[in-house]
Design a protein. Structure first.
Lengths: 403, 78
């Protein structure tokens, strides 16, 4: 799909907030807007307001590295993210917007014997639960991505990889805009520059939110605030299993050749893909200390550059153009939390850590069904908030540490 | 500029020399022992603002130090 006039023709209509809605969604990122979109289009619930304290997509939805994949390490996650892959594949058609969605294939490289065993296990569990992932040898890696240095700079020799052909990327702010526009076309209101400063509670249930533009009543409030979810939980007296960690990323100037697949290494904790402009986009792991600071660090540049040229020596000829930071809502088991809470009417979509972008369609679809029916659909039911008290955590090695 | 941690033995050193240690604070309002265990294991205050935390100078003197830091700015507070 090409639609060169898309930005001009996107039909956003901004209004003043009303005093009451059926559903108020706190956070105008991908998850909040997708939930609004699916509430309006799948469940006929359009009396919905999305409140965003800055501009839509200003948080992690506009700061991630845009990777879409389902090669996770536990059955619940594989099924959920595979649903998201499938929704993404149809999203351009559904929203009639060019999201620059591109299926590229993803190589997940192992440099050690334990790494090879982990990748073989990943391929087996992916295949069993509906994602397409196969183990490939170094010779096959060279065919899929000739730029990979199979000797790993003499330090990290490549022993094998899993190949995930449905790995894809999409332009992240276009995804945000498409959901916002689609939701608004069905009657949802999106209010930017509208921070939530308090929750209104009556007994054990939520009745609305406080904002500088006045109080807003709501039967249901969804917290979709990314790294800032803890403050919303506190307003309702809830302690959450979330710590907010910075995650940094960088892009280089453009590489004049096509670099087709997304390449990641679990042993090196590093990943890279090429943007539509030809820039090489890369990231590594989260900063170890919790923080809400958007500052970038030199240490990240240093170790990411080292890993980059170890795996892909051509990167040494490129220059770093930009570096930025997002604030990730990390859960203890590296799995998301999509759930009702002990406060009636208050719902959460959080724990999106470093893996939230790929989950936007399935997360929004699942949360909309949960809010509309009061019952979690099967795909998201395991990701409830009470799993920690019930000793049913979802520790997922397949998501840990990288995108 | 990255986060800089003041070490009482080694002076101000870059954060990558240290290992982070959270000080888990279970609110006193939680009294049930099981609920306190759950909170200590999984829940976090995750404050936006000043926080007291421990840092281990792994690549230096290998001693622990206590630091007050503002998580909004990564400024270490005196």
């Amino acid at each position: 799909m090409t639609n060169p006039d898309q930005e001009r023709r996107i039909a956003f209509e901004w209004r003043e907030p009303r005093s009451a809605y059926d559903v108020v969604i706190v956070g105008g990122g991908g998850h909040g807007l997708a939930t609004a979109y699916y509430l309006a289009t799948r469940h006929g619930i359009a009396n919905v307001a999305v409140l965003e304290r800055s501009y839509i997509g200003s948080g992690n939805s506009g700061r991630n590295t845009t990777v879409i994949r389902a090669n996770y390490g536990i059955p619940e996650a594989v099924r959920f993210y595979q649903r998201s892959i499938e929704l993404y594949q149809r999203l351009e058609e559904e929203t009639e917007r060019d999201l620059m969605h591109r299926q590229k294939g993803l190589l997940w490289i192992a440099h050690s014997e334990p790494g090879v065993r982990a990748e073989r296990a990943r391929a087996a569990i992916n295949t069993a639960f509906g994602a397409r992932t196969e183990f490939v040898t170094p010779e096959e890696i060279a065919r899929i991505c000739p730029q990979v240095d199979l000797s790993g700079g003499g330090i990290w020799p490549v022993r094998g990889a899993t190949y995930h052909p449905e790995g894809a990327t999409a332009r992240h702010d276009r995804v945000v805009w498409a959901y916002a526009e689609g939701a608004m076309r069905h009657g949802v209101e999106v209010h930017q520059r509208t921070p939530v400063t308090g929750l209104r509670l009556d007994g054990g249930r939520v009745t609305g939110v406080e904002t500088p533009r006045g109080p807003i009543s709501a039967g249901v409030v969804l917290a979709a605030a990314g790294g800032h979810v803890t403050a919303l939980g506190e307003m309702a007296g809830l302690r959450l299993p979330i710590r907010s960690h910075p995650l940094q990323a960088l892009v280089t100037n453009h590489y004049e050749r096509r670099f087709e697949p997304i390449v990641a290494s679990a042993d090196l904790l590093f990943y890279v893909s090429q943007t539509a402009r030809g820039e090489m986009l890369m990231g590594a792991e989260i900063d170890r200390q919790p923080s809400y600071s958007y500052r970038s660090g030199h240490h990240f540049l240093q170790y990411t550059a080292f890993r980059a040229i170890t795996l892909l020596p051509f990167l040494r000829d490129l220059r770093v153009l930009r570096q930025w930071t997002g604030i990730c809502d990390m859960s203890p088991d590296y799995s998301p939390i999509m759930s009702a809470t002990p406060v009636e009417g208050l719902y959460l979509t959080t724990g999106w850590g470093t893996w939230g972008f790929k989950a936007i369609p399935a997360g929004g679809e699942g949360m909309a069904a949960l809010i509309a029916t009061g019952e979690p659909p099967e795909l998201i039911a395991p990701f409830s908030l009470d799993r920690f008290a019930k000793d049913r955590t979802l520790a997922d090695r397949g998501s840990a540490g990288t995108h | 500029m990255s986060l800089v941690i003041p070490c009482p033995n080694c002076g101000s050193r870059p954060v990558e020399e240290f290992v982070y240690g959270e000080v888990p604070l279970v609110p006193e309002s939680i009294t049930d022992p099981d609920a306190r265990d759950l909170d200590r294991a999984f829940m976090h205050g995750n404050p936006e603002g000043p926080v007291v935390e421990r840092w281990f100078h792994a690549a230096g003197c290998r001693r622990w130090t206590t630091v007050r830091r503002d998580t909004r700015t990564d400024q270490v507070l005196g």
